[in-house]
Design a protein around this ligand. Structure first.
Ligand SMILES: [Zn+2]
Length: 207
């Protein structure tokens, strides 16, 4: 079995490919959602496509979707669309992959969603990680965790069943991150690999 890459943007690669709803459906596993930066006035028709595509068995999760405080898209609209993703995910019982930039206090308001919530590309401070973990979120770490000591400390302390690893849009081999995390958590590479698949199965079943 491969090392699970929880969230990436490379078509035809294993793991969970982040599909744009206007792209052809890939052969492998994927997630689909409307990234806040891709919100346009046509978002309703995009969202209809997302609904149709996401019923597919190969679609493992809804997203990435979420809230972004650094873009010019109206924030009430962002919230409305994020809520629409959550409601839909609850309806088809699939987990959500969340993109969040500078809006963590608001993301916390969605903690009671009836599906697992995974913050992807987590790259914030330990107190924010602690708050998210406390209320049940999962955290997925990417390239930044290879170098960033504060992220490595979060990884050291995170319950392993709440952890995911991803390449996102960075160009590096996911095994590098597995090697790093295997050292940080004092767990064998093989066990870490199995654990990440187990985590995925768990959130899909509880979707
Ligand atoms: Zn991404």
């Amino acid at each position: 079995m491969d090392f699970l890459d929880f969230h990436h943007h490379k078509p035809n690669q294993n793991g969970i490919y982040n599909l744009d709803c206007n792209e052809a459906i890939p052969i492998g596993k994927f997630s689909v959602g409307l990234h806040p930066k891709d919100i346009t006035e046509n978002w309703k028709s995009d969202f209809e496509k997302i609904k149709n595509i996401s019923i597919s068995e190969n679609c493992l999760a809804i997203g990435e979707c979420g809230l972004d405080g650094l873009i010019s898209v109206d924030e009430d609209l962002q919230k409305q669309i994020f809520q629409a993703h959550i409601s839909w995910a609850e309806e088809i019982t699939k987990p959500i992959i969340i993109h969040c930039v500078r809006r963590f206090s608001q993301i916390l308001h969605y903690k009671n969603a009836k599906v697992p919530l995974v913050i992807h590309g987590f790259n914030k401070k330990e107190n924010i990680a602690a708050e998210l973990l406390e209320v049940g979120f999962h955290l997925s770490f990417g390239y930044a965790a290879l170098e960033n000591l504060s992220l490595q400390n979060i990884i050291k302390n995170i319950p392993i069943h709440r952890l995911f690893l991803e390449t996102d849009d960075s160009d590096f081999e996911i095994i590098k991150l597995y090697e790093k995390v295997s050292g940080i958590k004092s767990i064998s590479l093989e066990n870490l690999k199995n654990q990440m698949w187990e985590n995925l199965n768990h959130i899909i079943k509880n979707g």
